[in-house]
Design a protein around this ligand. Structure first.
Ligand SMILES: Nc1ncnc2c1ncn2[C@@H]1O[C@H](COP(=O)(O)OP(=O)(O)OP(=O)(O)O)[C@@H](O)[C@H]1O
Ligand SMILES: [Mg+2]
Length: 242
């Protein structure tokens, strides 16, 4: 089966000359379809850069990335259609309402009548009563919910969430994970970055560790947990592989 996500020899150096910084070094990773994958690593390890390469926003210096078999650089439009990314940074247009934002996003994918699915997303994310509120009138956590809905409007087979629960209350965390887990059982592939290791421990079938731009370990969560907690494993892996 085609892997949901493929990185082959991916390196990324930002800038050039004396000011250059290498954020990723020869990352090779395959995530199979249907997997719930946690991408873990300390601040600055390269997680968001790797996700940026997958979404086509960041150009790799070397190597290639594919989503559902589509090369993000040479088959960008098909790759984007197969992918939904919840970005780490809150970015939104303050002049639109929540529903307008989601309709416009649907329009990018040529989906003219998408309201049933939009309503399902709004309901699952506890946003239905804010559907007609302007984006600028939402709290931070609510804006993040809209970003989640926005990533899902075209029902992408691969869903990437870059720290989706940062600054989010317990209730939304639970409803978000219920919704994402349902999508996962329906066959969607999920890639998650988080600094809450207990989330990764509970949700993810596989865990990858990035350290200073290198993928230093990929393991099944179950076999990792047989010998230690995820937090212990995380500390050990970061202390090892210097
Ligand atoms: N546009 C850029 N120009 C220069 N350096 C950058 C740029 N974007 C990221 N970096 C650097 O690349 C490294 C990796 O950053 P990245 O955002 O990928 O880390 P991260 O693992 O997502 O961290 P966090 O957990 O804090 O979100 C950092 O040292 C960062 O300063
Ligand atoms: Mg990041």
């Amino acid at each position: 089966m085609t892997p949901a996500v493929l990185f082959q020899g991916v390196s990324k150096t930002y800038g050039s000359g004396a000011k250059s910084f290498t954020a990723l070094t020869e990352v090779n990773l395959q995530i199979q379809q249907g997997e719930f994958f946690a991408l873990l690593g300390p601040n600055g390890a390269g997680k968001t850069t790797l996700i940026g390469i997958l979404s086509g926003l960041v150009r790799p210096t070397q190597g290639l990335a594919k989503v559902m078999g589509f090369d993000v650089q040479t088959q960008g439009s098909a790759a984007r259609r197969a992918l939904g990314v919840v970005p780490q940074e809150l970015v939104f247009d303050p002049f639109f309402t929540v529903r307008e934002t989601l309709r416009i996003q649907s329009g990018f994918f040529g989906l003219a009548r998408n309201d049933d699915w939009i309503d399902e997303c709004l309901t699952a994310l506890g946003l239905l009563d804010k559907a007609n509120a302007n984006m600028r009138a939402l709290s931070g956590g609510m804006k993040r919910r809209v970003l989640v809905a926005q990533a899902l409007v075209h029902r992408p087979p691969v869903i990437v969430l870059d720290e989706p629960t940062a600054g989010v209350d317990i209730e939304l965390r639970e409803s978000l994970w219920r919704f994402i887990q349902k999508l996962n059982t329906q066959g969607h592939t999920i890639v998650l970055t988080t600094h809450y290791l207990e989330e990764a421990e509970q949700l993810c079938s596989q865990v990858g560790f990035l350290k200073k731009g290198r993928l230093v370990s990929v393991e099944q969560t179950q076999s990792l947990l047989a010998s230690s907690s995820l937090e212990q494993a995380f500390r050990r892996i970061l202390a090892d592989a210097a």
